[in-house]
Ligand binder design. Structure first.
Ligand code: P6P
Length: 341
């Protein structure tokens, strides 16, 4: 990665606004607020092993999954940081069934924030990298009034910004507004996100495939044939490599930087896969496409899926263009064979 100029996140966002005269500076303000929330969450995540913040709250989230204290902490921090800046008309979180309304005492804005406050949280106790994923849309209902579910349920190609915060060996914030993908690393010495990955471009091809092979029994034939192909062939005269962290933000971040493919497919048990469209797959797909890659559900662009429910799931295959092209051809052939018999 080429050395980068000394650039803070806030300055980078402001410079990005200057390139778009129609920008009102509002997007830069809300992205800056988001980075503030990320710093607070990072502090808690990094000391989680030291204080009694681990373990279960005894509650469970809307999907019936046990919620760890850090999940709820991140969820609450993001709401408190973002609900009074006057930027949003409505928000939505993996941790809440319904939309999150802006308190009446605050100004209503023109944006929509959808987020997964702490993705991969089942890995918290094992100190595996986890992350926050965010997606920003512009409202479609009239300005000035509280936002509605209609403002949230928009196709992914309508996003105005998306990104993630990775709480790993260092804390990184990666975002795009559709004009390039930029990575910032938090310098804990003075609490600033500094540009460390300028205009990230995903390699056109790659040798790393990332999937939970424990689900092999339930895979459809096309996917089995594809994985068998990878295991029986080489790329650049070297074998393909299997890497699976089980934390979407970490697996996608590695795919973005090193190339290859990340998959959470449909299978015989879960026809829609596991990952959520609105606040996991859409933002990650927007990032990957902005970096020159592809993201499909097996048949079409993730970003073209017309959402029907805030928490709907979708299969996802994302990464280097040539890797996604190849799996797409295997899945298409499988569909045609099914149709033929
Ligand atoms: P599995 C973490 O629980 C998560 O939501 C994503 O971060 C990750 O990609 C996926 O689920 C892992 O699921 O079934 O392979 O454990």
């Amino acid at each position: 990665m080429k050395p980068t100029r000394f650039m803070t996140l806030n300055r980078h966002i402001l410079e990005g606004e200057k390139m778009h005269p129609e920008a009102t500076g509002e997007l830069s303000a809300l992205l800056s607020q988001l980075s503030m929330a990320a710093k607070v969450i990072s502090l808690e995540v990094n000391k989680a092993g030291l204080v009694d913040i681990l373990g279960f709250t005894g509650d469970s989230n809307v999907h019936g999954e046990q919620v760890k204290k850090l999940d709820m902490f991140a969820h609450e921090i993001l709401i408190r940081a973002m609900d009074h800046g006057g930027h949003f008309c409505v928000m939505a979180s993996e941790e809440e069934e319904d939309i999150i309304r802006i308190p009446q005492k605050h100004k209503i804005g023109k944006y929509v924030l959808l987020f997964d406050p702490l993705d991969g949280s089942s890995n918290i106790d094992a100190n595996v990298s986890i992350g926050t994923i965010f997606s920003i849309l512009k409202r479609v209902t009239p300005d000035g009034k509280p936002g509605t579910i209609e403002d949230c349920l928009q196709e992914g190609y309508k996003q105005v910004a998306a990104g993630y915060v990775l709480y790993g060996s260092s804390t990184m914030l990666v975002y795009t507004t559709g004009h390039g993908v930029y990575g910032f690393t938090l310098d804990p010495a003075f609490g600033e996100f500094l540009l460390s990955h300028d205009n990230i471009q995903i390699p056109e091809n790659g040798r790393i495939y990332s999937i939970n092979e424990g689900n092999y029994l339930y895979w459809h034939n096309g996917l089995k044939k594809y994985i068998k192909y990878l295991q029986s062939n080489t790329y650049d005269d070297k074998p393909y490599q299997a890497r699976y962290i089980g934390s979407m933000v970490a697996d996608v971040h590695r795919t973005l930087l090193y190339g290859g493919i990340f998959m959470y497919p449909a299978d015989k048990r879960n026809p829609n896969g596991k990952l959520r469209l609105m606040y996991e797959c859409n933002p990650m797909s927007f990032l990957i496409e902005s970096a020159g890659g592809r993201a499909i559900d097996g048949k079409r662009r993730i970003l073209e899926i017309v959402p029907k429910d805030l928490h709907q799931r979708t299969p996802i295959y994302l990464g280097s263009k040539k890797c996604v092209d190849l799996i797409e051809s295997y899945l298409k052939e499988d569909e045609e064979n099914k149709g033929g018999n």
